[in-house]
Unconditional design. Structure first.
Length: 200
């Protein structure tokens, strides 16, 4: 066995740990929380299924799918940081950088550079590919939360303005779907699992 193959197999063994990293989002049947591997697969499939609604005409869907598959790999060592966790997000960047250093170094240099570049591009959200991928990432989570009866929003006392702020990339990358975001938030407000914005 070559050193290259040994490293690739080690990497694949490590990333299997994604199946044990659980997120705040629940499965739609509310039986349990979803794990990172399930989320990444669902994100890639959502990006494919809704691609016709992409607001950009230059997005490379193949690259978006690859971003979807690598975007949360660093959570193997860094853990999942809930989108609305202000304290956790303060250290997220450093934790994930250290995780990326450790994880991607298992791969041959060319693959390591490719995977890390995709992860960094997704994280920086500056290219149209990354903005679309990020918008789909947020949409996938919102849709699961909505379909599971808002349990995640209810558990964390999430307000409508917090959701709208988090969903902003959808306005640019998937403008036709903004009405669906409003529908989900409004239904959440009506049913009580989304908190209204408190007025001073």
């Amino acid at each position: 066995m070559t050193e290259k193959l040994r490293g690739q197999l080690h990497f694949l063994r490590e990333v299997d740990k994604m199946k044990s990293i659980f997120r705040q989002t629940w499965l739609t049947d509310r039986s349990r929380q979803e794990n990172d591997a399930e989320h990444s697969w669902h994100l890639a499939l959502t990006a494919m299924t809704l691609f016709e609604y992409c607001g950009f005409d230059d997005v490379d869907l193949d690259r978006v799918i690859r971003m979807a598959l690598v975007h949360d790999l660093v959570e193997i060592y860094a853990g999942d940081t809930f989108a609305y966790d202000q304290i956790g997000n303060e250290s997220k960047q450093q934790r994930e950088k250290e995780s990326a250093d450790k994880l991607f170094s298992l791969l041959p240099s060319t693959q390591a550079s490719e995977y890390r570049a995709l992860w960094e591009e997704f994280d920086q959200m500056e290219t149209h590919d990354a903005i679309y991928a990020s918008a789909i990432d947020r949409l996938q989570s919102l849709n699961n939360i909505h379909l599971s009866g808002g349990v995640t929003w209810l558990q964390h006392s999430i307000t409508s303005d917090m959701i709208y702020q988090r969903m902003q990339p959808i306005k640019q990358a998937l403008p036709e779907l903004w009405g669906y975001i409003e529908y989900c938030v409004n239904e959440g407000l009506e049913k009580g699992y989304v908190k209204p914005v408190l007025q001073d």
